[in-house]
Design a protein around this ligand. Structure first.
Ligand code: ZN
Length: 263
């Protein structure tokens, strides 16, 4: 399938998904926003995979990667997750996955943390940002009102996996199986201080201001997880660890919600 628009790195990254959309009705794609660049308009894509019904209203999970353009492991994990779901939809039973694999198209094209305007998008959310990437994602977050958010990142300064758990208690309950699954691929960072925050078994409760997060007014608040892979590990290992972490969250989420967990 030939996609419209300039010949971008994201075209190669997302090629398998665009092929799958043609044959799998559970998988949909859309361009939710665009960033103007010298190459032309760069799309901010969204993929939705609707898992088989569990007999209840589907839970809506949003997964984001490449907010920082030089952290491609999360996007590889996200592509792998969607390809796996196409092969075996039962792995996402009871869930609708909303996936945003390339949140920072110019940063990914250039291999930089910042967007081409030189801005760290992950400090811009809910602060009246003028950047189209942030405005697009804020609109999406306001419109969709997700039950949970997962953002995938990489940290070159960390020797192991760790995560930020924000929002309701369920964030930490979901992180336990996620980190345990990811730990089969890469070690966990067990240091008491990570990235300047106090941490417990690789879990941080605090966070930077302005990170990609749900609308401040959303109630009840969705769970929020930011999964960080060690950025100096091989890309393949990071992607595999992030993929296993996502599988852990997806497997546990319906059980926790149906079990009436304290959210
Ligand atoms: Zn990052």
């Amino acid at each position: 399938m030939t996609l419209p628009g300039p010949d971008l790195r994201s075209r190669a990254l997302l090629g398998p998904l665009h092929q799958s959309v043609l044959v799998e009705p559970r998988l949909e794609t859309a361009v939710i926003g665009q960033v103007r660049a010298r190459e032309g308009w760069m799309p901010i894509p969204r993929f939705i995979f609707r898992g088989p019904s569990s007999g209840m209203e589907p839970l809506r999970l949003a997964i984001f990667s490449l907010v920082h353009g030089d952290e491609p492991a999360g996007a590889l994990a996200l592509v792998q997750l969607l390809v796996s779901a196409v092969r075996d939809p039962a792995i996402v039973r009871g869930l609708d996955l909303y996936c945003y694999p390339v949140c920072n198209p110019t940063g990914y094209e250039d291999g930089t943390r910042f967007n081409r305007a030189g801005v760290d998008l992950n400090r811009e959310f809910w602060r009246g940002s003028s950047h189209p990437e942030v405005q697009t994602l804020e609109t999406e977050l306001r419109t969709q009102r997700f039950d949970g958010l997962v953002a995938l990142h990489a940290d070159c300064d960390s020797p192991g996996l760790y995560a930020f758990a924000r929002g309701p208690v369920i964030s930490e309950e979901l992180l336990a199986p996620a980190l345990a699954a990811a730990e089969r691929v890469l070690p966990r960072n067990t240091e008491p201080t990570i990235d300047g925050f106090s941490a417990r078994h690789g879990v941080i409760r605090d966070c930077y201001c302005g990170v990609l997060s749900p609308p401040p007014e959303q109630s009840p608040a969705p769970f929020e997880i930011i999964l960080e892979t060690p950025g100096c590990a091989s890309l393949l290992a990071q992607a595999q660890a992030a993929f296993q972490g996502l599988r852990g969250i997806i497997a546990e989420m319906p059980r926790l919600y149906m079990g009436g967990a304290d959210i």
